[in-house]
Design a protein around this ligand. Sequence first.
Ligand code: IPE
Ligand code: IPE
Ligand code: MG
Length: 254
Amino acid sequence: MPNAIPQHVAIIMDGNGRWAKKQGLLRVQGHEVGVQRVEEIIKAAQEKGIRFLTLYAFSKENWRRPKEEVEFLMGLLSSYLDKKIEVLIKNNCIFNVIGEMGDLAPTLQKKLKQAMETSKHNTGLVVTFALSYSSRREILRACQKIAEQAVRGAIQPSGITEETLSRNLYTADMPDPELLIRTSGEMRISNFLLWQISYAELYITQKFWPEFTRDEFEKALEDYKGRERRFGDTCPGRGSNESSGARAVNGGKT
Ligand code: IPE
Ligand code: IPE
Ligand code: MG
Protein backbone atom coordinates (compact mmCIF):
# COMPACT_ATOMS: atom_id res chain seq x y z
CA MET A 1 0.00 0.00 0.00
CA PRO A 2 1.50 3.37 -0.93
CA ASN A 3 1.75 5.95 1.82
CA ALA A 4 -1.07 8.45 1.95
CA ILE A 5 -0.43 12.13 1.42
CA PRO A 6 1.66 13.35 4.38
CA GLN A 7 -0.20 15.35 6.98
CA HIS A 8 2.83 17.49 7.72
CA VAL A 9 5.55 18.51 5.26
CA ALA A 10 8.55 20.53 6.42
CA ILE A 11 10.85 22.28 3.95
CA ILE A 12 14.39 23.66 4.23
CA MET A 13 14.19 26.28 1.49
CA ASP A 14 17.84 26.47 0.50
CA GLY A 15 19.82 27.68 -2.52
CA ASN A 16 18.48 31.15 -3.34
CA GLY A 17 21.99 32.61 -3.43
CA ARG A 18 23.50 29.90 -5.60
CA TRP A 19 20.57 30.06 -7.99
CA ALA A 20 21.01 33.82 -8.37
CA LYS A 21 24.74 33.47 -8.94
CA LYS A 22 24.13 30.90 -11.66
CA GLN A 23 21.83 33.38 -13.43
CA GLY A 24 24.31 36.24 -13.03
CA LEU A 25 21.99 37.94 -10.54
CA LEU A 26 22.49 39.28 -7.03
CA ARG A 27 21.83 36.97 -4.07
CA VAL A 28 18.91 39.13 -2.98
CA GLN A 29 17.24 38.61 -6.35
CA GLY A 30 17.34 34.91 -5.58
CA HIS A 31 15.45 35.60 -2.36
CA GLU A 32 12.84 37.57 -4.32
CA VAL A 33 12.18 34.66 -6.65
CA GLY A 34 12.18 32.40 -3.59
CA VAL A 35 9.13 34.24 -2.27
CA GLN A 36 7.23 33.36 -5.45
CA ARG A 37 7.96 29.70 -4.81
CA VAL A 38 6.69 30.06 -1.23
CA GLU A 39 3.33 31.24 -2.59
CA GLU A 40 3.24 28.48 -5.19
CA ILE A 41 4.07 25.70 -2.72
CA ILE A 42 1.52 26.94 -0.16
CA LYS A 43 -1.18 26.76 -2.87
CA ALA A 44 -0.05 23.32 -3.98
CA ALA A 45 -0.02 22.04 -0.39
CA GLN A 46 -3.58 23.30 0.11
CA GLU A 47 -4.78 21.62 -3.05
CA LYS A 48 -3.10 18.36 -2.11
CA GLY A 49 -4.88 18.30 1.23
CA ILE A 50 -1.73 18.59 3.34
CA ARG A 51 -2.67 19.84 6.80
CA PHE A 52 0.63 21.36 8.01
CA LEU A 53 3.35 23.02 5.96
CA THR A 54 6.40 24.22 7.89
CA LEU A 55 8.87 26.44 6.03
CA TYR A 56 12.37 27.19 7.29
CA ALA A 57 12.65 30.84 6.31
CA PHE A 58 15.36 32.23 8.62
CA SER A 59 17.53 30.39 11.12
CA LYS A 60 19.03 31.68 14.33
CA GLU A 61 22.38 31.16 12.59
CA ASN A 62 21.34 33.30 9.60
CA TRP A 63 21.86 36.42 11.74
CA ARG A 64 25.57 35.86 11.02
CA ARG A 65 25.05 36.91 7.39
CA PRO A 66 26.07 40.36 6.18
CA LYS A 67 23.85 43.07 7.62
CA GLU A 68 22.58 44.14 4.18
CA GLU A 69 21.38 40.63 3.34
CA VAL A 70 19.67 40.20 6.74
CA GLU A 71 17.95 43.56 6.30
CA PHE A 72 16.83 42.62 2.82
CA LEU A 73 15.37 39.32 4.04
CA MET A 74 13.52 41.06 6.87
CA GLY A 75 12.15 43.63 4.41
CA LEU A 76 11.04 40.85 2.10
CA LEU A 77 9.21 39.14 4.94
CA SER A 78 7.55 42.38 5.90
CA SER A 79 6.35 43.09 2.36
CA TYR A 80 5.20 39.48 2.00
CA LEU A 81 3.05 39.99 5.08
CA ASP A 82 1.72 43.29 3.75
CA LYS A 83 0.84 42.00 0.30
CA LYS A 84 0.07 38.32 0.57
CA ILE A 85 -1.12 37.41 4.01
CA GLU A 86 -4.66 38.62 3.43
CA VAL A 87 -5.18 36.17 0.57
CA LEU A 88 -3.67 33.36 2.59
CA ILE A 89 -6.06 34.05 5.45
CA LYS A 90 -9.04 34.39 3.06
CA ASN A 91 -8.12 30.97 1.74
CA ASN A 92 -8.78 29.55 5.21
CA CYS A 93 -5.08 29.07 6.11
CA ILE A 94 -3.88 29.37 9.68
CA PHE A 95 -0.69 31.41 9.87
CA ASN A 96 1.83 30.38 12.49
CA VAL A 97 5.41 31.19 13.51
CA ILE A 98 7.99 29.10 15.35
CA GLY A 99 11.31 30.45 16.58
CA GLU A 100 12.54 33.32 18.67
CA MET A 101 10.15 36.02 17.52
CA GLY A 102 11.57 38.43 20.11
CA ASP A 103 14.70 38.73 17.94
CA LEU A 104 12.70 40.40 15.19
CA ALA A 105 11.98 44.10 14.85
CA PRO A 106 8.90 45.17 16.87
CA THR A 107 7.00 46.25 13.73
CA LEU A 108 7.58 42.86 12.15
CA GLN A 109 6.55 41.06 15.34
CA LYS A 110 3.36 43.08 15.35
CA LYS A 111 2.52 42.07 11.77
CA LEU A 112 3.26 38.42 12.50
CA LYS A 113 1.13 38.42 15.65
CA GLN A 114 -1.70 40.12 13.81
CA ALA A 115 -1.62 37.50 11.05
CA MET A 116 -1.65 34.70 13.65
CA GLU A 117 -4.50 36.31 15.56
CA THR A 118 -6.63 36.98 12.45
CA SER A 119 -6.20 33.46 11.10
CA LYS A 120 -6.49 31.44 14.29
CA HIS A 121 -10.12 30.42 13.75
CA ASN A 122 -9.52 29.23 10.19
CA THR A 123 -9.72 25.51 9.56
CA GLY A 124 -7.49 24.91 6.52
CA LEU A 125 -3.77 24.43 5.98
CA VAL A 126 -1.53 25.48 8.86
CA VAL A 127 1.35 27.43 7.32
CA THR A 128 4.22 27.79 9.77
CA PHE A 129 7.22 30.01 9.14
CA ALA A 130 10.34 29.14 11.13
CA LEU A 131 11.93 32.52 11.91
CA SER A 132 15.07 33.04 13.96
CA TYR A 133 14.62 29.35 14.61
CA SER A 134 17.09 26.94 16.21
CA SER A 135 15.99 23.44 17.06
CA ARG A 136 18.56 23.06 19.84
CA ARG A 137 17.33 26.22 21.47
CA GLU A 138 13.75 25.07 21.09
CA ILE A 139 14.62 21.82 22.91
CA LEU A 140 16.56 23.72 25.56
CA ARG A 141 13.62 26.06 26.13
CA ALA A 142 11.32 23.05 26.51
CA CYS A 143 13.69 21.54 29.09
CA GLN A 144 13.68 24.80 31.03
CA LYS A 145 9.88 24.93 31.00
CA ILE A 146 9.66 21.33 32.22
CA ALA A 147 12.27 21.97 34.91
CA GLU A 148 10.22 24.92 36.16
CA GLN A 149 7.15 22.68 36.36
CA ALA A 150 9.19 20.11 38.31
CA VAL A 151 10.45 22.74 40.74
CA ARG A 152 6.85 23.85 41.34
CA GLY A 153 5.97 20.24 42.00
CA ALA A 154 3.57 20.17 39.06
CA ILE A 155 5.41 17.23 37.53
CA GLN A 156 7.63 14.43 38.86
CA PRO A 157 10.93 13.82 37.03
CA SER A 158 9.90 10.18 36.59
CA GLY A 159 6.66 11.37 34.98
CA ILE A 160 8.46 13.23 32.17
CA THR A 161 7.79 11.43 28.90
CA GLU A 162 8.49 12.01 25.22
CA GLU A 163 5.01 13.50 25.07
CA THR A 164 5.93 15.98 27.81
CA LEU A 165 8.85 17.22 25.75
CA SER A 166 6.83 17.33 22.53
CA ARG A 167 4.13 19.34 24.26
CA ASN A 168 6.66 21.94 25.38
CA LEU A 169 8.07 22.59 21.91
CA TYR A 170 6.84 25.35 19.61
CA THR A 171 5.25 22.57 17.55
CA ALA A 172 3.13 21.28 20.47
CA ASP A 173 -0.09 21.33 18.46
CA MET A 174 1.24 19.67 15.34
CA PRO A 175 1.94 16.08 14.39
CA ASP A 176 5.58 15.38 13.55
CA PRO A 177 6.45 15.88 9.87
CA GLU A 178 6.34 12.68 7.84
CA LEU A 179 8.32 14.32 5.04
CA LEU A 180 11.27 16.70 5.19
CA ILE A 181 12.34 18.30 1.92
CA ARG A 182 15.63 20.15 1.43
CA THR A 183 16.39 21.94 -1.81
CA SER A 184 19.82 22.56 -3.39
CA GLY A 185 21.47 19.33 -2.43
CA GLU A 186 23.09 19.89 0.97
CA MET A 187 23.03 16.70 3.02
CA ARG A 188 22.39 18.36 6.34
CA ILE A 189 19.60 19.41 8.67
CA SER A 190 20.99 22.83 9.73
CA ASN A 191 19.39 22.80 13.18
CA PHE A 192 15.82 22.30 11.94
CA LEU A 193 13.17 20.31 13.88
CA LEU A 194 15.71 17.83 15.27
CA TRP A 195 13.26 16.22 17.72
CA GLN A 196 10.28 16.27 15.38
CA ILE A 197 11.96 14.61 12.37
CA SER A 198 13.13 11.52 14.20
CA TYR A 199 11.23 9.29 11.75
CA ALA A 200 10.58 11.70 8.87
CA GLU A 201 11.34 10.62 5.33
CA LEU A 202 14.05 12.80 3.82
CA TYR A 203 13.83 14.14 0.29
CA ILE A 204 16.85 16.08 -0.88
CA THR A 205 16.75 17.56 -4.36
CA GLN A 206 19.50 19.26 -6.34
CA LYS A 207 17.02 21.91 -7.47
CA PHE A 208 17.62 25.32 -5.93
CA TRP A 209 14.66 26.77 -4.01
CA PRO A 210 13.79 29.29 -6.80
CA GLU A 211 13.48 26.26 -9.12
CA PHE A 212 11.29 24.27 -6.73
CA THR A 213 8.00 24.58 -8.56
CA ARG A 214 4.72 22.81 -7.98
CA ASP A 215 5.89 20.00 -10.30
CA GLU A 216 8.99 19.48 -8.18
CA PHE A 217 6.85 19.42 -5.05
CA GLU A 218 4.61 16.81 -6.63
CA LYS A 219 7.69 14.71 -7.42
CA ALA A 220 8.64 14.81 -3.74
CA LEU A 221 5.13 13.70 -2.72
CA GLU A 222 5.22 10.93 -5.31
CA ASP A 223 8.59 9.77 -3.99
CA TYR A 224 7.22 9.77 -0.45
CA LYS A 225 4.33 7.56 -1.53
CA GLY A 226 6.74 4.81 -2.48
CA ARG A 227 8.83 4.89 0.70
CA GLU A 228 8.80 1.85 2.93
CA ARG A 229 8.18 3.19 6.42
CA ARG A 230 9.19 0.56 8.96
CA PHE A 231 9.57 2.42 12.27
CA GLY A 232 12.15 -0.10 13.42
CA ASP A 233 9.97 -3.08 12.60
CA THR A 234 10.98 -5.73 10.04
CA CYS A 235 8.16 -4.95 7.64
CA PRO A 236 6.12 -1.86 6.88
CA GLY A 237 2.52 -1.54 7.92
CA ARG A 238 2.34 -1.62 11.68
CA GLY A 239 2.15 2.00 12.73
CA SER A 240 2.98 3.33 9.27
CA ASN A 241 -0.22 5.36 9.14
CA GLU A 242 0.82 7.22 12.24
CA SER A 243 2.10 10.68 11.78
CA SER A 244 4.39 10.73 14.75
CA GLY A 245 6.55 7.75 13.92
CA ALA A 246 8.47 6.52 16.92
CA ARG A 247 5.95 8.04 19.29
CA ALA A 248 3.24 5.84 17.77
CA VAL A 249 4.98 2.59 18.65
CA ASN A 250 4.00 2.54 22.27
CA GLY A 251 1.11 4.93 22.09
CA GLY A 252 3.28 7.79 23.23
CA LYS A 253 4.04 6.24 26.61
CA THR A 254 7.61 5.65 27.58
C1 IPE B 1 18.02 30.05 1.45
O1 IPE B 1 18.93 30.37 0.45
C2 IPE B 1 17.41 31.28 2.09
C3 IPE B 1 17.82 31.51 3.48
C4 IPE B 1 18.62 30.79 4.19
C5 IPE B 1 17.28 32.70 4.11
P1 IPE B 1 20.43 30.76 0.79
O2 IPE B 1 20.49 32.23 0.99
O3 IPE B 1 20.96 29.95 1.91
O4 IPE B 1 21.16 30.39 -0.56
P2 IPE B 1 22.55 29.63 -0.72
O5 IPE B 1 22.47 28.39 0.11
O6 IPE B 1 23.60 30.58 -0.25
O7 IPE B 1 22.62 29.33 -2.17
C1 IPE C 1 19.13 26.68 6.27
O1 IPE C 1 19.81 27.20 5.17
C2 IPE C 1 18.25 27.74 6.85
C3 IPE C 1 17.14 28.14 6.01
C4 IPE C 1 16.74 27.58 4.90
C5 IPE C 1 16.39 29.27 6.49
P1 IPE C 1 21.30 27.76 5.33
O2 IPE C 1 21.74 28.16 3.99
O3 IPE C 1 21.36 28.78 6.39
O4 IPE C 1 22.06 26.44 5.83
P2 IPE C 1 23.61 26.13 5.96
O5 IPE C 1 24.23 27.22 6.73
O6 IPE C 1 24.15 26.06 4.57
O7 IPE C 1 23.67 24.81 6.64
MG1 MG D 1 21.95 28.17 2.07
